[in-house]
Ligand binder design. Structure first.
Ligand SMILES: [Zn+2]
Length: 271
């Protein structure tokens, strides 16, 4: 599923093609993709507006509009946003098309139909409960320590909790825990100050490296131009097949389920 590095890449690569451009029409091929307001209102309020900016918060993409409303998009498990020429036909997974005034269309594809869009005046109604952004300077080791303090959930589950830290999901939680040598089942409150520092550094490193590689195309993720990201080629444990070995010590990588998420780790390096 697209996580912080994938959504950051989508934001960066959409920006030059959509900011400053007007929305001339909307085609909805599956109405359920619109969460708020009603489908009729969503279309009538969007058409005629210009996109004034694109930002990211956690795994959400936020399009600013001339009316001061925002169009918020969440790609969930399998969503992608693909730029297409005006003549392009939707494929079987296209759920919505935004028609722009520069002969471009933005296709929202989503095989599993879990992705969502909201058109709202106050973005906090949708994203107000998200935790801190892990790549901002204000996300310090002290802040991470505070967020883990007294938490009795497994660290893997805490890292994936969007109200604790925004933007990290299954893949980058596994990678950060491997880099920090921390077992995914350790309780949040059990981490020593040094372990918190290592984890903080690992989170920054794995996310920045993945942004540099334009995200990880392990599943359906595509960049807006249709290219794949290459971040998964650097993965040490995430999405490894059973029988693969730890790149550090050669021990077979294990897969366990932590709160319904498949978690990959090295039983020797991660304690
Ligand atoms: Zn190992």
């Amino acid at each position: 599923m697209p996580e912080l590095p994938e959504v950051e890449t989508i934001k960066n690569e959409l920006l030059p093609y959509i900011v400053g451009h007007g929305i001339t029409g909307i085609t909805l091929l599956w109405d359920g993709i619109v969460r708020q307001p009603s489908v009729e209102e969503f279309c009538s309020r969007l058409i005629g507006q210009r996109i004034t900016g694109v930002t990211r918060r956690g795994k959400y993409l936020i399009l600013g509009l001339t009316s001061n409303e925002v169009l918020i998009i969440h790609l969930k498990m399998t969503g992608s946003l693909v730029l297409q020429p005006v003549s392009a036909k939707p494929n079987k997974f296209t759920r919505a098309i935004l028609h722009l005034d520069n002969e471009t269309q933005l296709h929202f594809r989503d095989p599993r139909k879990l992705g969502r869009m909201w058109l709202v005046e106050d973005k906090n109604a949708i994203i107000g409960k998200l935790g801190p952004e892990p790549l901002e300077a204000s996300f310090t080791p002290q802040l991470l320590a505070q967020r883990l303090n007294n938490r009795t959930a497994p660290i893997k589950a805490i890292l994936c909790d969007q109200t604790c830290i925004a933007g990290i999901g299954n893949m980058y939680a596994d990678e950060a825990l491997f880099a920090a040598k921390i077992h995914p089942l350790r309780l949040g409150k059990s981490l020593s100050p040094d372990e918190v520092k290592h984890l903080h550094r690992a989170i920054g490193q794995v996310l920045c490296a993945a942004i540099e590689d334009k995200g990880a195309s392990v599943d359906t993720y595509l960049r807006p131009g249709g290219e794949l990201g290459t971040a998964h080629f650097q993965f040490q444990v995430a999405h490894r097949l059973s029988g693969e070995f730890c790149p550090v010590c050669g021990t077979p990588i294990e897969r366990i389920t932590v709160r319904n998420r498949g978690s990959y780790f090295c039983p020797k390096c991660q304690q």
